[in-house]
Design a binder for this molecule. Structure first.
Ligand code: SAM
Length: 377
């Protein structure tokens, strides 16, 4: 009966909120916004799960089924906000429905022609089978909720790459990923360039872990991603020099980020996208010595300060090596606390002048790998 009443006034509905769960479930409420696509009414559902919003879209028929299933089984209340009135339905334990209607001041509702959900480069529901094998998507290409943060990170990473490469006209591209781990990002970069853009992308991911590398190579073969390879390598031991168009590193631990940046500098790699993490080296070497001492007294502050100092040194060194560098927050803190990205583009030749940096580091006894590596360049 609720659905029948709702559809009478479909076009004047602003939104509907299904709430008050009968049992302890993760989703505390469902919010529906109607919109029009190709002349038909659809509903965008927003599910809030641990403060993160997930979106699904339903046709009228699907919405009816969804509403009946959810309402009957899990919730006790639905509030329908229309132009001029708000109608609340309460479902009693015996199944009886209590209806309450109140006036509101909402003027005419105009349904938008499309759903205003943010368009990501990768969409939930997009057929990316490798993401199923990697556990980010279910078989139905829905985001696995425990992998939502990872999905957000790789999607944002790709968006940032897309900003730089959307008008890329070359037919080939060579990319290296330092500390690729399970390679969610590596697979997605390959998918973006080779499948979406039809570019001959040659990508190599490096990691220390043999089993992980083996699994990534197996997956790349399974999907006939012929130019996607993974190698067991300790990036600290150095890699052969080659012509590379882009270098990425996502959370390459501690000094691995320095080896990635050093490789890029040495090989004049034109584009670098690097999200550092666990900057232990500076934290364990820094000693008191001057104006920063206040920041070195308490462990937590010292750790955060050391991480920021590490990345500031890296940015300075990249600039001295002729890179234009942007420091950007790559995802919201809630999706990863390690959320600073160094986006660097080679724009000129090196104009090295690290004398000030050297004096600062020695004053505080700071050991910093990229500084040491680039000393003799
Ligand atoms: C935190 S994980 C990140 C993995 C992946 N990039 C991601 O974001 O999902 C860091 C990875 O760096 C790898 N790693 C650490 N030190 C390395 C080294 N010296 N050489 C190669 N890989 C390294 C680790 O094995 C690990 O898989």
């Amino acid at each position: 009966m609720i659905f029948e009443e709702i559809i009478k006034n479909l076009k004047s509905i602003k939104k509907m909120v299904v709430s008050d769960p009968k049992i302890k479930i993760a989703e505390t409420k469902l919010v529906y916004h109607p919109y029009i696509k190709k002349g038909e009414i659809y509903f965008q559902e927003e599910v809030v799960l641990s403060n993160k919003a997930f979106h699904n879209n339903y046709s009228l028929e699907e919405f009816k089924k969804r509403l009946e299933e959810e309402l009957v089984n899990y919730y006790r209340q639905i509030v329908v906000i229309e132009a001029g009135r708000t109608v609340s339905y309460f479902i009693n334990p015996n199944g009886k429905i209590k209806r309450r209607e109140e006036k509101n001041t909402l003027n005419e509702v105009k349904l938008s022609e499309h759903n205003k959900e943010k368009k990501y480069i990768l969409e939930e529901g997009e057929c990316i089978p490798a993401l199923v094998d990697l556990g980010v998507f279910t078989k139905e290409y829905k985001i696995v909720s425990s992998k939502y943060d990872k999905f957000k990170q790789i999607n944002r990473f790709i968006e940032i790459i897309d900003d730089e490469f959307k008008n890329y006209t070359n037919k080939e591209i060579t990319i290296l990923d330092f500390g690729c781990g399970k390679s969610y990002l590596t697979f997605i970069i390959y998918y973006y360039f080779a499948i979406k853009k039809g570019i001959n992308a040659k990508i190599i991911g490096y990691d220390l872990k043999e089993d992980v590398v083996e699994n990534c190579n197996r997956l790349a073969q399974k999907y006939k991603y012929d130019n996607l390879h993974f190698e067991v390598k300790d990036v600290a031991k150095g890699l052969d020099d080659q012509k590379v168009d882009m270098l990425v590193s996502l959370h390459a631990c501690d000094t691995s980020t320095d080896y990635a940046l050093y490789y890029a500098i040495k090989n004049k790699v034109p584009n670098i996208f690097s999200v550092p993490c666990c900057q232990h080296q500076v934290n364990s070497s820094i000693k008191r010595g001057g104006d920063f001492d206040l920041l070195l007294k308490d462990g937590l502050i010292k750790e955060r300060f050391s991480a920021l100092l590490t990345d500031s040194i890296r940015v300075q060194l990249l600039r001295e090596q002729g890179y234009s560098v942007d420091v950007i927050e790559f995802v919201d803190f809630e999706h990863s606390p390690k959320n600073i990205m160094l986006r660097a583009k080679k724009v000129s030749s090196a104009k090295k002048d690290s004398s000030k940096l050297g004096a600062l580091l020695s004053k505080y006894h700071v050991e910093q790998e990229l500084f040491n590596l680039t000393k003799n360049l």
